[in-house]
Ligand binder design. Structure first.
Ligand code: NAD
Length: 479
């Protein structure tokens, strides 16, 4: 029998609350404040009809606001058949803690539409998305200073562009209209690097983890990402970018990819671009030539590997399989992939978990940059880039003047000159801001993890850091 099989499986929201409770039990918060932070402030449910294929189709959508200690509140919009009140409330709560952890000045929110987007064509999806957006905009549940959505599972730049346009049509004189939603395409007010941001953040989180010998030792690992074996579940926006960056730039070996229709395994490492391309053309991984196929994808979560990256959906590691997981390190790229009962089992077994509130915070971090860009109406780097290049040119000119005196004994390498002379563009600035954010947030968590005897895992440390910041914000308001 799997370790922990007898434990009752909590719902997603109950899982988040249990993890919250474990952290607050170690803190000294007044009970009233503790409750205020934990509960979800409000959840709006809307049912609306859209005439499609000759009849009225009714859809159910939600927008949940967990905490308004800072405004606007922020959180993605998910299109999936799993969407329900429990799910959006759990995700909204995670957004509160995530924003606090990475110091993005937002409260937590989340939205969702109960729909299988693959059942509708592009034009139909546009009608449905615009109608859902209309319902939320009408109630200020999409608004640049009140509530700012972003992409999540089943939504992308495309839906964000429709939402932004819908808001603009309904608020023709709002000069900040574009800031009503983030994750937009670059030509519709987006920012360079937002599409890759969550996966990029996962890479930066792993790099930071591997910089700390004590943390690696806790997971029974050494070295860096080079040569580490990795299993990824979900090759969507987050999973694809994370897998691509750590394999192409850090030398990690992706030995398995788990998708909806099954899993691909190759101990020599999978070519992530080729797999992604295959999925796009065949709507699944089945039939991909350079790997073994396993129809029961979930089974592959239990395979031998150094790092497991669940990047699809919640609850995939639960009381039923937690005892069989062999990875030494799990990084929660998805929201809530490990239930509270599985978390307990894995902790007892010494598996190190880099929790979702931190691991996938790259998305909201770059969304924050996009929102600031929209409000300032100027692209990052536009004022400084050429000036920076001119100053660097001065230094290079001066060094080359010295060069002439010293002859062959000392010359500037051409690669150095090329790199040094180039001023940072928006993408470089975004990546640098994201890297800094991920490193700083990790350090704040690990400090709590290692400095307190009563904190034995990164998740509890993450909650403590985040809750402390939310509490400070409420205290400052006199609550
Ligand atoms: P996505 O829709 O782009 O990708 C999800 C992927 O998971 C798809 O490839 C899908 O086929 C696959 N999948 C679905 N069901 C599966 C199953 N049962 N087994 C294996 N694979 C399955 O979504 P995304 O934006 O990459 O989001 C993934 C997760 O990351 C979600 O939990 C989301 O909340 C979280 N997240 C996303 C962002 C973002 O910026 N997009 C930010 C933070 C967190």
């Amino acid at each position: 029998m799997a370790d922990g099989l007898m434990m009752p499986e909590p719902t997603f929201r109950e899982s988040v609350d249990l993890m919250f409770n474990r952290a607050v039990a170690l803190m000294d918060l007044p009970p009233g404040l503790e409750e205020k932070i934990r509960v979800c402030n409000a959840t709006y449910t809307v049912r609306f009809g859209v005439r499609l294929r000759g009849q009225i189709q009714t859809f159910t959508g939600y927008r949940s606001v967990h905490s308004e200690h800072m405004e606007p509140v922020k959180g993605g919009i998910r299109f999936a058949t799993s969407v329900c009140q429990d799910e959006v409330e759990a995700l909204a709560a995670l957004m509160t803690y995530k924003c606090a952890l990475v110091e993005a000045p937002f409260g937590g929110s989340k939205g969702g539409l109960c729909i299988d987007p693959r059942q509708w064509d592009e034009h139909e999806m546009e009608l449905i998305t615009r109608r859902f957006a209309y319902e939320l905009i009408k109630r200020d549940l999409i608004h640049p200073s009140q509530n700012v959505p972003a992409p999540d599972m089943g939504t992308s730049e495309r839906e964000m562009a429709w939402i932004a346009d819908q808001y603009g049509r309904m608020n023709t004189t709002d000069i900040n209209a574009k800031a009503c939603v983030t994750g937009k395409p670059l030509n519709a007010g987006g920012i360079a690097g937002r599409v890759e941001a969550t996966g990029r953040g996962v890479q930066y989180a792993l790099r930071e983890f591997f910089r700390h010998p004590e943390d690696k030792a806790a997971a029974g690992m050494e070295g860096d990402l080079d040569g580490k074996t990795v299993i990824v579940q979900g090759l969507g926006n987050v999973g694809y970018h994370a897998a691509k960056f750590i394999s192409q730039e850090d030398g990690a070996k992706i030995v398995a990819v788990i998708e909806r229709d099954g899993a691909l395994c190759n101990p020599e490492g999978l070519d992530i671009e080729a797999v992604r391309d295959w999925i796009a053309r065949h709507d699944g991984v089945s039939g991909y030539p350079d790997a073994a196929f396993c129809a029961d994808g979930a089974e592959i979560l239990e395979e031998e590997c150094d790092i497991l990256i669940p990047a699809a959906l919640e609850g995939v590691i639960n009381a039923g399989n937690a005892g069989m997981i062999k990875a030494k390190l799990i990084i929660e790229a998805a929201n809530g992939p490990i239930t509270a009962s599985a978390d307990e089992v894995l902790r007892r077994r010494g598996v190190v978990i880099i929790p979702d509130a931190y691991a996938n915070a790259g998305g909201v971090t770059v969304s924050y940059f996009e929102w600031v860009k929209n409000l300032s109406h100027i692209r990052f780097g536009r004022m400084q880039r050429r000036q920076e290049e001119a100053r660097h040119q001065l230094v290079v000119d001066e060094l080359e003047r010295l060069d002439r005196y010293l002859g062959d004994a000392w010359t500037l390498r051409p690669e150095f000159k090329d790199k040094y002379l180039k001023g940072a563009d928006e993408l470089e600035l975004v990546r640098s801001g994201l890297d800094d954010t991920m490193r700083t947030a990790y350090q704040s968590m690990r400090e709590v993890w290692h400095s307190r005897d009563d904190v034995q895992d990164l998740r509890t440390a993450t909650f403590i850091v985040a809750i402390e910041r939310v509490a400070a914000s409420y205290r400052a308001k006199g609550l």
